[in-house]
Design a protein around this ligand. Sequence first.
Ligand SMILES: Cc1cc2nc3c(=O)[nH]c(=O)nc-3n(C[C@H](O)[C@H](O)[C@H](O)COP(=O)(O)O)c2cc1C
Length: 157
Amino acid sequence: MKVLVGYYSKTGNTKQMAELIAETIEKQGLKAHLRPVEEIKAKDLLSYEGLIFGTPTYYGTCSCQVKKLLDESVILHGKLNGKIGGAFTSSNHIGGGNETAIMSILEAMLIHGMVIQGDSQGDHYGPVAIGGLDERARKNCIRFAERFADLVKKILG
Ligand SMILES: Cc1cc2nc3c(=O)[nH]c(=O)nc-3n(C[C@H](O)[C@H](O)[C@H](O)COP(=O)(O)O)c2cc1C
């Protein structure tokens, strides 16, 4: 089973998160494809059981590069139903709009009919880093990726 970890990152913080998430998913026995969103074509999304997107927080929402892919995914409307989805972000500030940035991705996934798992113990909507990966963000990325892989196996394995 394959999971796509697509990300946009201008200064490398979101990329660090994406790398750790992809590495952790591989450790759980799934194939993880780590790709910048600019290189992903909407039709590629069909090949994966799980889709995870990462974005820097830009004015409380996702970057236009991530939004472009989400908008292009309209050609697959109805066809991503039942796939597992998740999102993560890096922002400058606590309370800097990071959770709304994650939600902007999850909203599109929900409209596609995808399955999203929240977390009562870790970062609730998806992993958040303030800048690069500190110890707290590292733990949350690993926890998120482990739970994501478990869910893919449980539902689609
Ligand atoms: C256009 C723009 C808008 C931003 N808006 C926010 C924001 O609303 N809140 C915030 O905390 N950080 C904001 N930032 C900071 C980035 O989210 C932060 O630097 C992030 O770590 C960058 O991720 P990257 O290294 O993957 O590019 C903004 C940065 C840019 C360039």
